[in-house]
Design a protein around this ligand. Structure first.
Ligand SMILES: *Cc1c(COP(=O)(O)O)cnc(C)c1O
Length: 397
């Protein structure tokens, strides 16, 4: 017999969510993810994936996954520390470290649980974390889990960072102090000011943590935002995901030998959750090799993105301050953003609305992720749809 209390809770709150338009609806894609997808039998240009390099559906990636499954099986069989560490897991970590320019790396099962595990492995009660106010949800949750004091820093505001770092140091209240930031901010596409961050961190003795989920495979010839600035020996934690440009699933931290050794004995998702599948590890290695051997893939991503952004600007859209392929089309009003997305999808472009609380109130938008896999013809078709729908809704003239 189901709990009455639970049923009451669910019924009341589901209705409330639905009334406020916040109930998640989830579309099922027929077939795989790619530059074009089919939903309910309708083919759409997909501007909503993080599959930046089109790696998720590549034949050689699929083969790497299948070969690993044939060698190692479909599952690792245990957590890494018990007996779930296979040769392919160590190979992946060594490959990540080589690519990122660090001494070592540790792989997790996802970017989200990597942030859960890595932040709390090092930061504790009695410490403080300075955190950019627009950081990803997994950073926020990881910080909360750590028990450290969380101090919000205004978005990308280096004066505010310095003032709050000074205040935290001068207070004498904290043992360790960390600054944590996205490398590339996923909703606006702006890039963390790594050189300034490093300078402030050196002045105030801060630990530095860059979550480069949207920078890996995109910035620094694929090696990420930190390497883009040549600061791989200055940032303590280069965190990233294997799920976006890499095209697979998993998360990691690249850093010093000591940091990785500490996390391998302290990070709870590493210790208490079964390791990445061998196939995912092998496909991720393949993805890094592809980026190392074929710099043109990352270059194609940037060319496609630059083209798409230029065309949207030309027809009169506000695409914000993005410095990366992430292309928000900002319309302001939350309801308008919802309608805009709905009409785009009806007309063949799959682009999703992003509204408060994911972004500040009054900055509702539809977000686009052009990828290396989009042809120029697909992007032209998408721009034509943007022009028609934007004019119909009075967003552009
Ligand atoms: C997507 C994302 C994550 C989570 O990564 P997953 O591997 O999908 O769990 C973490 N941080 C940031 C900034 C992200 O954009």
């Amino acid at each position: 017999m189901a709990s009455k209390k639970l049923q009451q809770f669910l019924q009341t709150n589901l209705e409330d969510l639905a009334q406020r338009g916040l109930l998640t609806t989830i579309d099922v894609i027929d077939g795989g993810n790619g530059p074009e997808i089919t939903i309910d039998g309708k083919k759409l240009i997909n501007m909503a994936s993080n599959n930046y390099l089109g790696f998720a559906g590549r034949q050689d990636m699929i083969e790497a996954e299948i070969n690993a499954a044939q060698t190692y099986g479909v599952g690792a069989g245990a957590v890494r520390t018990i007996n779930g560490t296979l040769a392919v897991h160590r190979e992946l970590e060594q490959k990540i470290a080589e690519f990122k320019g660090t001494e070592d790396a540790i792989a997790f099962q996802s970017g989200f649980n990597c942030n859960m595990g890595a932040i709390s492995a090092v930061m504790k009660k009695g410490d403080a974390i300075l955190s950019d106010e627009l950081n990803h949800a997994s950073i926020i949750d990881g910080c909360r889990l750590s028990g450290a004091k969380i101090i919000r820093v205004k978005h990308q505001d280096m004066t505010d960072l310095e003032a709050k770092a000074k205040e935290a140091v001068d207070s004498g209240l904290y043992d360790k102090i960390m600054y944590i930031t996205d490398g590339v901010f996923s909703m606006d596409g702006d890039v963390a000011h790594i050189p300034e961050i490093v300078a402030i961190a050196e002045r105030y003795n801060l630990i530095t943590y860059v979550d480069d989920a949207h920078g890996s495979g995109v910035m620094g010839k694929g090696a990420g935002t930190v390497k883009h600035f040549g600061m791989q020996d200055k940032i303590d934690f280069q965190m990233g995901t294997l799920s976006k440009a890499i095209g697979v699933v998993g998360g990691y931290v690249a850093g010093s030998k000591e940091l990785i050794a500490w996390m391998k004995s302290q990070a709870r998702p590493f210790l208490f959750s079964t390791s990445l599948t061998p196939g995912a590890a092998a496909a991720s290695i393949k993805a890094i090799e592809l980026m190392q051997e074929h710099p043109e893939y990352v270059q194609q991503l940037w060319e496609k993105a630059d083209y798409f952004k230029t065309e949207l600007k030309k027809i009169g859209y506000d695409i914000g301050v993005s410095e990366t392929p992430i292309t928000p089309v900002i319309v302001g009003d939350e309801n308008l953003a919802q309608t805009f997305s709905k009409k785009l999808i009806e007309n063949g472009v799959y682009a999703k609305p992003i509204v408060f609380p994911t972004v500040p109130l009054g900055t509702g938008r539809v977000r686009n992720m052009p990828t290396a896999g989009h042809s120029k013809e697909m992007l032209d078709r998408a721009v034509a749809v943007y022009e028609k729908v934007g004019k119909d809704l009075g967003i552009i003239h």
